[in-house]
Every structure is written in structure tokens, then in C-alpha cells.
Design a protein around this ligand. Sequence first.
Ligand SMILES: O=C(O)CCC(=O)N[C@@H](CCC(=O)O)C(=O)O
Ligand SMILES: [Zn+2]
Length: 326
Amino acid sequence: MDVSASGFLAAALSAASLAVSQRGGPLCRELARGVLELSPRGAHAATPAFVVSAGVHGNETAPVEILAAIVDDVLAGRLPLGVRLLAALGHPDALQSGERYLDYDMNRLFCGRHALQAGAREAARAAELEACVGEFFDTARGARLHYDLHTAIRGSVYERFAIVPYLGGERPARQRLATLAGAGIEAVLLHSAPAATFSYHTSHHHGAESYTLELGKARAFGQNDLARFAAIDAQLRRLVSGEPAREGKIPPCFAAKYDLIKKSEAFRLHLDADVENFTRLAAGSLIAEDGATRYVAAGGDERILFPNPGVKPGLRAGIVIGPVSP
Ligand SMILES: O=C(O)CCC(=O)N[C@@H](CCC(=O)O)C(=O)O
Ligand SMILES: [Zn+2]
């Protein structure tokens, strides 16, 4: 890592305990490496419980810098705390090496899926994070919110977008979409099936209002232009301090139609190497093929999200999406 880290981030990266004064400030409990629970004095069961995670992928560093600065500000008394906050730096070892993952994509290992990849370093960490959020939400009787902060490998037609985990066929309330817009979110993808992601885990197993937030392009520590993240930073600070969230105009919504699954090493993606997320797919064009399986665009404003032929066989190599009304 080529930037000097301090406070919460430095402690997580070096696997050291964070030295926190417990006098007067919020109550502070370290649940695991890089996982800190902060509670205002006088918090009770109905106090809103907010999980903010970042760095589930080790190459996505801007959200980590933002979350770490917020935690440091709360601990130093520069930002008031109005909720119970669980701040989680997802994968400190991958953050150290600047890689998306070390052995296996951790955002495919939640909902107990880690048991199927027991040898992977991410399996143990996914299980640990599941235990931390389980303990955190266990006593929460008020609002439960989870923002899992990411950045994307590619550029995007919509620079900042939210992914709503599958809600069993329900649509998120319009007010929730307005709150995402207030965080600078320009488009929303609704998943159409369960997944083994962190946001689906907290939504499905803990009844949280959960999102994966894609906030820009993935860059290494020291190379982020944090001004591009000002809207999410401001919204997080409002939510953490218990102020009303800012709302904006309902963003365009899309739904996942199907995943491009890389079944074998024969998988070929037939899109430009630099194609952006949310690029329209011309009707009838060949998107990808994998042996005898051919993925052809159906038209009707179909678009591509997260195309990545480099994933391990068995995993998602892209999502074909289409517009839906919010
Ligand atoms: O840029 C990419 O190809 C991947 C960015 C990323 O990490 N996205 C998340 C989305 C999770 C979800 O579908 O909720 C991921 O792939 O894990
Ligand atoms: Zn990610």
C-alpha cells in the first residue's frame, strides 16, 4: 500500500487492535479484525442499526478511505453518532495486496456458501463477517440498514449505481429509491434471484434494508479522487449522525434478466474489451458463448453489467439487464 493510513484503517491493515478512549465518547467494541461496533451512550433496542461495509474486494479502495475517515471522525468526537454503527472493512489481507481476492471472490461466499470453499482464505473471513452481522443485528428492534460499498472494474454509463438484492419479487419503496438518489445514485439494478453476496445475506437473513453500492471506478489507495464520492460521503455522515437522509429524484431502474454464467474455460465474451457498464446491446448481437451455449441480445433496451470473462468457472461473468418502472 503506497499511502499512509491511520486510525481504523491502519489498525485493520496491520491486524493491530485499535486504541480507543472509552471515556465519554461512543461505546466501542472490536468484533473482529477491521470490524468495529460503535454505539451512542444510551442506545436501546429501538436505536437504528446501520452496517457499513467496504473493501469486500481488496482493489476497491475509495469506499474504504471514506468509511475509515467517518469512523475516525466519530471516535475523535468530530461527527456525532446517532445510530448503532457496525463499520466493517471486508477483506484486510486483499486490501493489503490490492487484489480483488486472494483465493476466491468473497462476495460469492455469503449465505453459508463459504462452507463449499473451505480452503479459501475468503471462506473463513465470510464466515467471520456473517457472525459479526448476526451478533450486531441480534438485539436490533428498530430500523436495520446495510450499505455494502464497492467500486467497479469498468467505467459506467451511470457512474454511481445501487444494486438491490432480490426481495422475493417485491419492489423497494419509492422513498428508499429517493434516499439512494440523495446519496448521488444515478441508477438502480433490482436483482431477480437470490445470490451469495453480502447485501443479499443481510437482507435475507436479518431483514435489513440492504444495498450493494457501486460508487465509481476501482483504483488503488492513493489514486482516488475523493471529490467524486462527496455525495455518498455526505449521506453516510447524515445517516451515521441520525440526521434525516437527503432525498433526490427517483433514478432509472433496471432488473436483472439473466446472468452470463462462465460454465467452462471455453467461455468467450463478444463485447469490446473496454465496454462500459449499462451499455446497450444491439438486438440479435452475440454477447458471449460457452461451448454450445450462445447468449444473444433480445433487444428492448437490454444492457450489459459487470462483463468479466476472467472469473472462475461456475461464477457470473456478466448480467444482462433491462429497464423496469420503479
Ligand atoms: O466491476 C465489476 O465487474 C464487479 C464490481 C463488483 O464487485 N460488484 C459486486 C456486485 C454485487 C451484487 O451483485 O450485489 C460483485 O460482483 O460482487
Ligand atoms: Zn466489489
